[in-house]
Design a protein around this ligand. Structure first.
Ligand code: PMP
Length: 404
């Protein structure tokens, strides 16, 4: 007998459903502004030149093999990953108060963070997420039995950061709550706090003894500069006195989406001496869930992080990606201004990273899809990486038509 006959069917993930509608669409001029993956000027996936070189080096290496990695992952990768996010001169690294482990990309890192919090953090079980946030943030914490709540972030009227209510929400949350902070290139709004605002946010977190978790999925992808995009996180490490959790993904900034390459770091406060114990627990989590992490992406990314010529090339690749996206933001805004499209479109240029929160309504988004073969998330989030010289005019004209 089918003892699973009562298993209910649930609707598929909205973004993956969008992708499958896009793939089925036979209109030649269709445009995919859905899922967050970089596309080149012809709308094609891009293997970074630095990654291509790294793969060549691996192929030529007589020592290369497909053996299991240790539970904590590929050590050269984990070490270099910690350095790139915390900074070459990080005092936390020098003082050996960072426990790091390789993870299944950013999502796997968030999962491990959630399990770590659930198991060892006794002060709170409530994880505060920005309103709005990346949709998967909710289930990734809830699946481990943690509660989620939201803090103010996006001011819909002014298309800006609602810093006043953001700070109030930090203040009003029970002391010791968990706060998830997007390290840069906030998803979905593309809007990051200014440096002054970051200091206010971090000071408020410190004052209320909250536990910060930095989700860093776009380092170098936002501004094109690795250090710049890690500024807020490194400031946090400098001024906060609590541990800091860091979930790091190389999916976007190295373009290794499907290789599931990431890391989780626990930065302990000064004079802590239990880094090894924490590492041992993280390794035990890995062991029970997937035994050991995938090797290939970690070996590739270790090369681009540590081989000097590849590192230079990677930093160029980050500029290539971020500049191309920025140019398309400007092109779209300028076209909308030329068309005299109702509304102000400057936010498209002021936002950074992969996404623009366009402000288009659900019905306008639906119209773009049915009438113009343009696909974006129903909340109006457009993946700017899907724009290029060949389609930006069609997109601008279609937005103009949809909002009138
Ligand atoms: N956090 C945020 C904010 C993201 O946007 C993403 C990717 N969409 C991730 C984490 C995780 O991505 P991945 O698991 O592919 O590294």
């Amino acid at each position: 007998a089918n003892v699973f006959s009562e298993v209910p069917l649930i609707p598929g993930d909205a973004l993956f459903a969008l992708k499958s509608r896009y793939l089925k669409d036979t209109r030649a001029h269709k445009v995919d502004l859905g899922i967050g993956a970089y596309r080149d000027e012809n709308g094609k996936p891009w293997i970074l030149p630095s990654v291509k070189e790294a793969e060549k080096l691996l192929q030529q290496d007589p020592e290369f093999n497909h053996e299991y990695l240790p539970l904590n992952g590929f050590a050269p990768f984990v070490e270099a990953a910690a350095k790139v996010i915390l900074g070459e001169d990080s005092s936390a690294l020098k003082e050996e108060r960072v426990a790091s482990i390789q993870t299944l990309s950013g999502t796997g890192s968030l999962h491990l963070a959630a399990r770590f919090i659930k198991t060892f953090y006794k002060q709170s079980e409530t994880v505060y997420l920005s309103a709005p946030t990346w949709a998967n943030h909710f289930p990734v914490f809830e699946v481990l039995g943690l509660k989620t709540a939201t803090y103010s972030y996006w001011d819909d009227v002014n298309k800006s950061l609602d810093i006043e209510n953001y700070l109030k929400d930090i203040e009003n949350a029970p002391k010791g709550s968990i706060f998830v902070l997007h390290a840069c290139a906030h998803n979905p709004t593309g809007l990051d706090p200014t440096r002054d605002q970051w200091i206010q946010i971090l000071e408020a977190i410190k004052k209320n003894n909250h536990l910060p978790l930095f989700d860093s999925a776009y380092q170098g992808f936002a501004s094109g500069n690795l250090q710049n995009d890690a500024w807020a996180l490194q400031k946090g490490v400098e001024i906060l006195e609590s541990p800091i959790l860091i979930c790091q993904s190389f999916a976007k900034n190295a373009g290794v989406y499907g290789e599931r390459t990431g890391a989780f770091h626990v930065v302990l406060p000064k004079n802590s001496n239990n880094t090894k114990a924490i590492s041992s627990q993280l390794a035990a989590f890995t062991r029970s869930e997937f035994s050991n992490p995938p090797a290939y992406g970690a070996k590739v990314v270790a090369k681009i992080l540590t081989v000097p010529e590849l590192r230079i090339q990677w930093e160029k690749d980050l500029i290539t990606m971020s500049q191309r996206i920025y140019k398309q933001r400007v092109a779209l805004r300028d076209l909308l201004v030329q068309l005299d499209t109702p509304g102000n479109w400057d936010h498209i240029v002021n936002q950074q990273g992969m996404f623009s929160f366009t402000g288009l309504t659900k019905s306008q988004v639906a119209r773009l899809e049915t009438e113009h073969a343009i696909y974006l998330a129903s909340n109006g989030r457009a993946s700017v990486a899907g724009l290029n010289e060949h389609n930006v005019e069609h997109v601008a004209k279609s937005i103009d038509e949809a909002v009138r």
